[in-house]
Design a protein around this ligand. Structure first.
Ligand code: ZN
Length: 219
C-alpha cells in the first residue's frame, strides 16, 4: 500500500466566498472559476462523495479516470494529483488532502448495481445515478449549456476506500476517512463540479449511514 500523504490547507472556512452543505443523498452542481479553490469536507466521516468534473465551456471535455491514472501512474488520488480531461486538459490539481486516498475505480452506485450486488428488492432504493441525473437535468449555465444523461461518465469517489489486491481484485473496504477530513482542489481552468453525495444504505464503506458533506470555495 502506498504511503498516505497528509497535506493541510492554509485557507480558513471563515474567508470562503461560498459555503454549502450537501445532505446525504443530495446532488450539487456549481461552477468553479480558474484559480479558485474548492474544498469538500467529510463532516461526519466515511462518506462517499461521487464527483464529476467538466470543462465549464465544453461539457464533452470532462474528467477522465484513465488519463488521470496513466499520467500520475497511480490509481489513488491525493495531494499533487492533476485531474486530466478527455481532451488532455488539466481541470484541477489536488492541493490539500487530510484523508490521503480517494478512489478512481469504483464508479457510482445505481439501481442496477444495487440489485446485482445486494438483492433484487433493492431496485427502488435511491442511488448515485439518480442523484447525478437530477443534478444534471436541473443545471443550466447562464450561457445556456446543459448536461444530459450521456454526460454522466466514470466518476471520482472522494473519501472512498477501494484497494486493489496484488492479484488485481477490487475490494470495497471500510473507509479510511473520518469526521472533518477534507480534500481541496485548485481549478486550472473554469470547471463545473457535479456531486452525488452517495445515499447508499447497503455498503460498509460508509458504515451503512450516509451523512452530509460541506463544499467551500475560495478565490
Ligand atoms: Zn452511491
Amino acid at each position: 500500500m502506498p504511503e498516505t500523504v497528509i497535506q493541510l490547507s492554509p485557507r480558513l472556512p471563515g474567508s470562503a466566498i461560498f459555503n454549502a452543505t450537501v445532505g446525504a443523498g443530495d446532488s450539487f452542481v456549481h461552477k468553479i472559476l480558474k484559480g479558485q479553490f474548492v474544498r469538500i469536507v467529510d463532516l461526519e466521516g466515511n462518506q462517499a462523495v461521487d464527483t464529476l468534473f467538466y470543462n465549464a465551456d465544453n461539457y464533452a471535455d470532462r474528467y477522465s479516470a484513465q488519463d488521470t491514472i496513466r499520467e500520475q501512474a497511480n490509481i489513488y488520488l491525493t495531494s499533487g494529483t492533476k485531474l486530466i480531461s478527455t481532451e488532455r486538459h488539466t481541470l484541477l490539481t489536488i492541493v490539500a488532502d487530510t484523508c490521503g486516498r480517494h478512489d478512481t475505480l469504483g464508479g457510482a452506485c445505481s439501481a442496477e448495481s444495487n440489485m446485482v450486488r445486494y438483492s433484487i428488492d433493492k431496485r427502488s432504493m435511491h442511488a448515485c445515478r439518480q442523484s447525478f441525473l437530477k443534478g444534471a437535468l436541473l443545471w443550466t449555465d447562464q450561457t445556456g449549456l446543459t448536461l444530459d444523461k450521456r454526460d454522466l461518465t466514470a466518476n471520482i469517489n472522494f473519501f472512498m476506500n477501494v484497494p486493489v489486491t496484488p492479484e488485481g481484485a477490487l475490494k470495497f473496504d471500510d473507509g479510511v476517512s473520518g469526521a472533518g477530513k477534507y480534500v481541496e482542489l485548485q481549478a486550472e481552468m473554469d470547471v463545473l463540479i457535479v456531486i452525488s453525495n452517495c445515499p447508499q444504505l447497503n455498503n460498509p464503506c460508509n458504515a451503512y449511514n450516509p451523512t452530509p458533506v460541506q463544499v467551500l470555495v475560495w478565490n
